[in-house]
Design a protein around this ligand. Structure first.
Ligand code: NAD
Length: 491
C-alpha cells in the first residue's frame, strides 16, 4: 500500500461552488498516534458558510430536475472515484484517527464507497402512496403523492467513523435530489476533503456538494445550522450537541434527523453460547477503541456465570494489541485526541473514586517511543459499582465497560433500560423464546441477538430518548430527505 498521507504539510481547504477556497483562520490537524501536526485546515467563517449555502441553493433546481438515472450514475461514479483513490483515503483516515490499517481498509473506506452505490440503487425503487377516494357524484378522485427533495441539507458529521458516517447521510440526501453543505468534524477533515476532490472528478455539478471546515459553537457548525436558507439538518454526534442544534434550528422550523449518543447494554444469560458471548462482547466493547456509538458500555451477566465471564473478558482485553496503525497485528489505536483521552481518564478516575474493582486497565499504556505523545488509553473493565455511578450512567466513548451481575430476567431488563439513552442493546442466549421476549422489551432503536454490529443498510437505524430523532437506513433515509406532495385529481 502507498501510505503517503495526501495533502500532508499543506492546507486543507473548503470546497464551495466547485472551487477550493482557503480562509484567514487556520487550525492544526493532529495525528493522535504521536501528536504530530499532519496539515492545517482552513476554518470557514460566516461569510464562507454563507457562500456555500448560496452555492448549494443556486445548484438545487438543476440537480433535482436531472433525470434520476443520470443523477444515480453520477453517484456510482463517486463510489468508483473513492475506490480509484482507495490508498489515499485509507492513509488520510488512519492519519486523522489513528485507527488500524485493517479497520480503515475493511470497514471505513469500502463502506464509504458502498453507501453511494446502495442509495443510488435504492432510490430507483422507492415508491409513493396512491389512494382512490369515493365522492358523492360517484366519479371518485385519485390521490397520489410525489416525492420532492427538501432543498439545501446541512450534513454535520462526527470523528469516529469519518467517511462512513458522512457518506451515510450524503448518499441518500443527494440521491433524493438535495444539495449539500457538509461539515466534517474538526478532528477528521482529511477524507472529507478527498471526497470533495472525487465529487469534482466524478462530474457532480458545481454547488451540489459543498464542504466547510471548522468547529461547532461560534464556528462553521453553528453558522450553518442557523443559516436561514438551510432547509434541513442531519447530524450525528453527542446528545448535548443535538440539543444545541435543535435550539439553533428552532426559528427556521427546519427538518431534523439526529443520531446521538448511547449507553448501550449487553445482557449475557446463563444459557448463552459462552465462547461466542465473550468474543462478541469483546468486539462490542473494544472495537475502534470503544469509539462507536453502538459499543457496549454496560454488561449484565447472570450471576451463575459472572466470575467465569469476567475472567474470560479480562483475557480478551489483555490480548488486545495496541499499536501503530500500519502494523498488521494492531487491534486498537489511540482515542481521537488528548481532549478525548482526558475525558475518558476522568471517567476511569470517577469509577475508581466510587469504589470500583479494576479488573484490567484503568490508565494509559507506556510504549517508550513516539506513541507516548499520542492519545492512547488501556482497554478497561470495572466491576462492583452501583447502577447510579457516573460511569454507569453516562456515555464515556472509550474502551471501557462496567459488568454487573443479575439474578432474574426481569432485573436484567430493568437495569438495561434504566438509562436516559436508547440506541442499541445486545442479548446473548440460546433460548429462542427468551430472545424474542427480551428483545421486544428493550427501549432502544436496535437490538442484536447473539451478534453485534451486523448491519443491513435497508433496516431502520437510530435511537430513542437521548439517542436521537428519526431513523436512517434504506427507505427511512430516503423519506427523511424527501417531502411528499399529495396530488388529488377529481375524476
Ligand atoms: P460532537 O457532537 O462533539 O461533534 C459532532 C459534529 O458536530 C462535529 O462536526 C462538530 O464540529 C459539530 N458541532 C459541535 N457543536 C456544534 C454546534 N453547536 N453546532 C453545530 N455543529 C456542532 O460529537 P463527536 O465528539 O464528534 O462524536 C462522538 C459522539 O457522536 C458520541 O456521543 C457518539 O455516541 C455519537 N455518535 C452517534 C452515532 C449514532 O449513529 N447514533 C454514530 C457515531 C457517533
Amino acid at each position: 500500500m502507498n501510505n503517503k498521507v495526501p495533502h500532508a504539510g499543506t492546507v486543507l481547504r473548503n470546497f464551495v461552488g466547485g472551487e477550493f477556497i482557503t480562509s484567514k483562520k487556520l487550525f492544526n490537524n493532529i495525528n493522535p498516534v504521536d501528536g504530530t501536526v499532519i496539515n492545517q485546515v482552513a476554518e470557514a467563517d460566516e461569510a464562507i458558510v454563507d457562500l456555500a449555502v448560496k452555492a448549494a441553493s443556486g445548484a438545487a433546481h438543476a440537480w433535482k430536475n436531472m433525470p434520476m438515472a443520470q443523477r444515480c450514475a453520477l453517484l456510482h461514479k463517486v463510489a468508483d472515484g473513492i475506490e480509484a483513490r482507495f490508498d489515499e483515503f485509507v492513509a488520510a483516515e488512519m492519519a486523522d484517527t489513528g485507527k488500524s490499517f485493517f479497520q480503515a481498509r475493511t470497514i471505513d473506506i469500502p463502506r464509504g464507497a458502498a453507501n453511494f452505490r446502495a442509495f443510488a440503487d435504492m432510490v430507483k425503487s422507492q415508491s409513493t402512496e396512491c389512494f382512490h377516494t369515493d365522492t358523492p357524484d360517484g366519479k371518485g378522485a385519485l390521490n397520489y403523492a410525489v416525492d420532492k427533495p427538501l432543498g439545501v441539507v446541512a450534513v454535520i458529521a462526527p470523528w469516529n467513523l469519518p467517511l462512513l458516517l458522512l457518506t451515510w447521510k450524503l448518499a441518500p440526501a443527494m440521491a433524493a435530489g438535495n444539495v449539500i453543505v457538509a461539515k466534517p468534524s474538526e478532528e477528521t477533515p482529511g477524507t472529507a476533503t478527498l471526497l470533495a476532490e472525487v465529487m469534482k472528478e466524478a462530474g457532480i455539478p458545481d454547488g451540489v456538494f459543498n464542504l466547510i471546515h471548522g468547529f461547532g459553537q461560534n464556528s462553521a457548525g453553528e453558522f450553518l445550522t442557523k443559516h436561514k436558507q438551510v432547509d434541513a439538518i442531519t447530524f450525528t454526534g453527542e446528545s448535548s450537541t443535538g440539543s444545541a442544534i435543535q435550539r439553533a434550528a428552532a426559528d427556521g422550523v427546519k427538518g431534523l434527523s439526529f443520531e446521538l449518543g448511547g449507553k448501550n447494554a449487553g445482557i449475557i444469560f446463563e444459557d448463552c453460547d459462552f465462547e461466542e458471548a465473550v468474543a462478541g462482547s469483546a468486539r462490542s466493547v473494544f472495537t475502534n477503541g470503544g469509539q462507536v456509538c453502538l459499543c457496549t458500555e454496560r454488561l449484565y451477566v447472570h450471576r451463575s456465570i459472572f466470575d467465569k465471564f469476567v475472567t474470560a473478558l479480562k483475557g480478551k482485553a489483555q490480548a488486545i494489541k495496541i499499536g501503530w496503525p500500519l502494523d498488521e497485528d494492531t487491534d486498537m489505536g489511540p482515542l481521537i485526541s488528548h481532549k478525548q483521552r482526558d475525558k475518558v481518564l476522568s471517567y476511569y478516575q470517577s469509577a475508581i473514586d466510587d469504589g470500583a474493582t479494576v479488573v484490567t486497565g484503568g490508565g494509559i499504556p507506556i510504549f517508550g517511543d513516539a506513541r507516548d505523545n499520542g492519545a492512547f488509553v488501556q482497554p478497561t473493565i470495572f466491576t462492583g459499582l452501583s447502577e447510579d455511578c457516573n460511569i454507569v450512567k453516562n456515555e464515556v466513548f472509550g474502551p471501557v465497560v462496567h459488568i454487573q451481575p443479575f439474578d432474574t430476567e426481569e432485573e436484567a431488563i430493568a437495569m438495561a433500560n434504566d438509562t436516559d439513552y436508547g440506541l442499541a442493546a445486545t442479548i446473548w442466549t440460546t433460548n429462542l423464546q427468551r430472545a424474542h421476549r427480551v428483545a421486544g422489551q428493550m427501549e432502544v432503536g436496535i437490538v442484536w441477538v447473539n451478534s453485534w454490529y451486523l448491519r443491513d443498510l435497508r433496516t431502520p437505524f437510530g435511537g430513542m430518548k437521548l439517542s436521537g430523532v428519526g431513523r436512517e437506513g434504506g427507505s427511512h433515509s430516503l423519506s427523511f430527505y424527501s417531502e411528499p406532495t399529495n396530488i388529488c385529481i377529481k375524476l
